[in-house]
Design a protein around this ligand. Sequence first.
Ligand SMILES: C[S@@+](CC[C@H](N)C(=O)[O-])C[C@H]1O[C@@H](n2cnc3c(N)ncnc32)[C@H](O)[C@@H]1O
Ligand code: SF4
Length: 432
Amino acid sequence: MSDVDRPRTSLPPIVAAQDTPRDTPPSSTANTPLNAAVADRFLRAGTLNLAAQPPLALYVHLPWCLKKCPYCDFNSHENGGHALPEAQQRRYLDALVADLEAALPLVWGRPVVSVFIGGGTPSLFPPEAIARLVSDIRARLPLIPDAEVTMEANPGTFERERFRAYRAAGVTRLSIGIQSFNDRHLKALGRVHDRAQALAAAEEAAASFETFNLDLMYALPGQTLAEQAEDLATALALQPPHLSVYHLTIEPNTRFAIDPPSVPDDDQAAEMLDQISAMTDAAGLQRYEVSAYAKPGHRCAHNLNYWSFGDYLGIGAGAHGKLSFPHRVLRQVKWREPARYMDEALRGTATSNEHEVARKDLPFEFMLNVLRLRDGFPLTLLAERTGLPMSAIEAGLARAEQHGLITRDWAAVRPTARGFDFLSDLQEMFLA
Ligand SMILES: C[S@@+](CC[C@H](N)C(=O)[O-])C[C@H]1O[C@@H](n2cnc3c(N)ncnc32)[C@H](O)[C@@H]1O
Ligand code: SF4
């Protein structure tokens, strides 16, 4: 099976860049505080004609963890096994505000549909810091009423009362990185928590939030089919409204890549995935995306916006953004290394890299996202999000249909079960 379920829910779906010199010339907005004249640059004529701007979301990255996990390729950094000192936390929050303020002219007047505070381990920041962050955001961006505000949290020793305080700080949805309830597997994954802490965190989330997510991984080092079923049954007994279940991927530049553990082979992993589908289905959780399962009314609005090729502003170390203008789609990356990010953001230069997406690359970028959704996409969405006609993807659609990877009618294109199983192959059919 191909890597159909790569983890990329909280982080936008394009791989994080290193801190490289920016693509754009020094006259670009990457380097100067924005003003009307600079914003003109993004409004001038271009190769695309978008009828409307997509919904806009905000991603906020908090890049520290107690300990770096050996499988993790996210932009996360150890802080000697401790939470960040208070002065450092304050400086980072100041940098986030500076980053946001510099970006405001790019999104003037646009309502924000969701916020995702991801990491790293955002729950290393205390509720007071998160309350300040949420109110700093609300003071600068018009969040829609009932906007979803998700925060990632790791199981640990301090969740009692703390999760409730995050709810009071304005977080509406918690996403907990459980990974497994099996102590042997947690150890093999280098996690700092154990089964008891994972259970306590999930129970506390259920008591404090109307909606929450549990992250699990499968095909873990030495995991059997029965152990995987036990893990999932434990998760389902906690009645989570949302579950994300990822196939453990050995990512380059991780400790697992240097010293790979022995993991279940592709056939065993496929059996586990069948088991996951059956068990989640029986529990009333619908698989609405390759790795995401939800009860009705509990889908993640923020991730749905990524998968529908919506817009997002990214603030924080290494955060990515995608912003649409009438005649272009812009991608941005912020400085990746936290110390450098803080220095740059406080100077008004948080963006390390930005480029316009070439017209020829848009079909693939669009399909890369929308094909992750079980319901696929309405035919009108391509023109709405990219300004391109259906003819831009027709050859790929015809091939995919021939291979039984999609179905389509007058209203929508949907991946088939086979298409989901061979998602990478399906997505590649739309490469320029
Ligand atoms: C942004 S990450 C981290 C969230 C949180 N810091 C944690 O680790 O609990 C979101 C999720 O991606 C998944 N993930 C991270 N690395 C992965 C990998 N190499 N393969 C599969 N899933 C991975 C984990 O389930 C993790 O909870
Ligand atoms: S806690 Fe999460 S973000 Fe941090 S290193 Fe582990 S997997 Fe990565």
